[in-house]
Design a protein around this ligand. Structure first.
Ligand code: 5GP
Length: 198
């Protein structure tokens, strides 16, 4: 029988570099990780690409996805909706791929509640000052958006204790390898063994 993959949540405050770390972890896994593509109502940024970074939706379209049970989790974050389309995740897990959901903390808590086998990993900055520096250095947001994201970050950092693993992103390559290590560690847990036993 095909072993089911691991469902892994990766969260962390805006600017911590989790996107880069997750992308690198996918490369290191050589095709064994499926990175979930979220739906969102936020406006695309110049680097965004429909169906690659996100599926861009209107608020009405998004509400319809929720009503039709088409999202595994969803949250409102800095004035916009974000959610994980259900089917691609379920299909990839059944095919034995590990699935990473790069999502914020409210969504992560829904996954923790509804999928007790999911592994929750938090990417933490080396310090709050470093986070502010990285967020400003990104140059993609207005000052108002930066302040709003920093405020949100404080609440997110307060929820770190709800996660199974914490990876401090001091160095991208090491943090990416740590993601692979966490996925491997999950394969050695008793819950993974019993989940795949029948
Ligand atoms: P951004 O607008 O910077 O792309 O993302 C803002 C936040 O939304 C990030 O913390 C990101 O991880 C989170 N996010 C992205 N997709 C989802 C999703 O499908 N569900 C939830 N709950 N959060 C998401």
């Amino acid at each position: 029988m095909q072993q089911k993959g691991t469902l892994m949540v990766v969260s962390g405050p805006a600017g911590v570099g989790k996107g880069t770390v997750v992308k690198r972890a996918c490369e290191l896994s050589e095709g064994k990780i499926h990175l979930s593509i979220s739906a969102t109502t936020r406006a695309p940024r110049p680097i965004d690409c429909e169906g690659v970074t996100y599926y861009f939706k209107t608020k009405d379209e998004f509400r319809e996805m929720i009503a039709n049970n088409q999202v595994l989790e969803w949250a409102e974050y800095v004035g916009n909706y974000y959610g994980t389309p259900r089917k691609p995740v379920e299909d990839a897990l059944s095919r034995g791929l590990d699935v990473i959901l790069e999502i914020e903390v409210q969504g992560a808590m829904q996954i923790k509640k509804n999928f007790p086998d999911a592994v929750l990993t938090f990417i933490a900055p080396p310090s709050y000052e470093e986070l502010e520096k990285r967020l400003r250095g990104r140059g993609t947001e207005t000052e108002e958006q930066i302040l709003s994201r920093l405020e949100t970050a404080k609440g997110e950092l307060a929820l770190m204790g709800e996660y199974d693993y914490i990876i401090v992103n001091d160095e991208i390559e090491q943090a990416s390898r740590d993601i692979i290590t966490v996925l491997r560690a999950d394969k050695l847990t008793k819950h993974f063994y019993f989940k795949n036993e029948q």
